[in-house]
Structure formats: structure tokens, C-alpha cells
Design a protein around this ligand. Sequence first.
Ligand SMILES: Nc1nc2c(ncn2[C@@H]2O[C@H](COP(=O)(O)OP(=O)(O)O)[C@@H](O)[C@H]2O)c(=O)[nH]1
Ligand SMILES: [Mg+2]
Length: 323
Amino acid sequence: MFKRLFGRGQDAPRTEEEARREEQQVTQSLEKSRQGIFGQISRMFQTDEPITDALWDELEEALIQGDVGLETTQYLVSRTIDRTNRYGTKKAREARELLKAEMVRVFQDQVKPPPSTTPVPYVILVVGVNGAGKTTLIAKLAHRYKNRFGKRVLLAAGDTFRAAATEQLETWAERAGVPCVSLGQGADSAAVVFKAIDAALEQQVEVLIIDTAGRLQAKYNLMQELEKVRNIIARKLPGAPHEVLLVIDATTGQNGVLQAKAFLKSAGVTDVAVTKMDGTAKGGIAFAIAQDIERPIRYLGTGEKLDDLALFDAQAFVDALFA
Ligand SMILES: Nc1nc2c(ncn2[C@@H]2O[C@H](COP(=O)(O)OP(=O)(O)O)[C@@H](O)[C@H]2O)c(=O)[nH]1
Ligand SMILES: [Mg+2]
């Protein structure tokens, strides 16, 4: 199960032990979801009761309550009904695995094949609204690349808008033991990126991770700025950024997904990270994200510490919801 990773970049290889540890983190972070709606769904499909229309209605209602979203819910329910009809499934218990398989498929529809080579420096641009968890995720990624894979990592404090944003990244960089390029608050974020790429080339950095601003009050300008930053990166380093990671806070629900959609075009999003899974009972938001954003979910944030990061594995995620 752990071999089927969405690995792009240099973070793909995991030992069995690492995979197991991350699976435990995910299972723990979904505790609230299991106590809520998903536990209820799991129990609905644990009985030997015959399958009835009422069961499907109940499932539909529960999935919507679990923040799976209307469209994805209807898709999941109708596909599961089709399968049970096709296989002549009679008992609720027997439909459980069929439902889970359809849930896994929602995520796998977005999987892309990994590239054959990894560029150096591998540039990751991290985008998302304020408070989504960008800076924390960058610290976790830096920690992961450096300490688990021994990569030379550099951070760039591209969120020059918010007071203390650069200091926050610098503090995290120190904790993760990686250098950080910063020009302070109010600096031109393009200048930060320029300097960071020069430094990356000079110091033979393998992974450059760039933080960005996320203020939505001036949405139009933010998108313009992200586009500008992306163009500057591309001009300085053809082919970069190699990964544009959109960070979405799971606790913001459907509204958060809607906000996140604004980034797709301007930022050229390639992948998604879902943070604060540990802080919500509505883990179902991940399905809505996969279907609405139409990008693979690469990471789950499972807490506030450097280690609280898991590679997203569709099967492990669904198993954890039903555990
Ligand atoms: N519980 C929990 N909190 C998180 C997670 N990721 C980030 N946070 C918290 O969310 C808040 C905002 O994070 P930050 O990285 O500053 O967001 P940014 O504005 O997008 O850079 C901070 O208090 C973080 O500690 C997570 O996976 N779980
Ligand atoms: Mg930040």
C-alpha cells in the first residue's frame, strides 16, 4: 500500500517504518472525524441489515454533514449504489468495502506520474490564504527534506506584507536547521525571490522553498503579485517553480475550498497540502478538495510541530476514517 505514492520532487521514498508512523499520525489526526460523522458512517456499514434506500439517504446526508460537498457526495453514493447492484450485494456490511473503494478513487483520479528526473534546485512555491498554515508547512517540509533525506535546503521569506511574517519563517528555519533568505517586512517579494535563487545556485541548494503572502482583502493584487513572483522565478530559472503547493486549512470547510480556488489560475497550482486535519471533525473536506481543486493532495498537516506532516496516501486516509 505504501509504494503507491504521489512522489514528485525528492520526498517520495519512505521506509516501511516511516510510512507506518505517518499512517499513525493520520489516524490520530482523524480522531475527531471518527468521533463524528465518519464513525457514524462506519457503523452504518457494520451491520448485517439489508441494504435499503433509507441507508443510501442516510449515507448521503452524513457525507454532506461531513463536509464532503454535495457534488462529491452524490457521485460517491451513486457509484456505490451501482456497484452494489452490479454485485448483487445484500447486506450493509458487504457494501462497506465498495464505498471505501469509491472514496479512494476520488483521490486517485488526480494522481500524476512522477517525473523521471528531479531538477536542482527543485523549487517549491507555497501559496494560500493567510492563516492556512503555509509558513508552518514550509518548516515541516524543510525539516523533512533536510533531516530525513539529507537535502541542502534553503527558504525564502517571500511574505513581505504581513508584519512579523519574515521573523516567523526565520524562527522556523532556525528550528529546522536550514538557512533563510529574507529582506524583511515591506521588501519587494520579487527581490527576495531573486536573491534566493542566486543564493541557491551559488550554494548548490537542492530544494528551495518560497513563502508567499496570502492576504485576501486585496484579492486582485495578491493574484497579480503571485503571477509576478512566478514569472520572475521562471525567468531566472527556466522550468521553475517545479511545484506550486496550495495550502488549504481543513477547518475552514467548503468556504476554504472556494477561497482556495482563486489561486488555481494565477498561481499555477500543481499540488495541494491540507493542514489542521487534527483540528476538525469534518475530515471529509479532503474529498471536496480533491474533486473541486482537481490537483493531487500531497501532504496532510497533522499538528503544529515540525514532525506533524504525513505524505497523503488515499487508501491509508480512507482506512483511517473508517478505523
Ligand atoms: N493544529 C494544527 N495547527 C496548525 C497546522 N498547521 C498550521 N497550524 C497553525 O495555524 C496557524 C497559522 O499557521 P501559519 O503557518 O502561520 O499560516 P500562514 O499564514 O499560511 O503562513 C499557526 O498557529 C499554526 O501553528 C496543523 O497541521 N495543525
Ligand atoms: Mg505565513
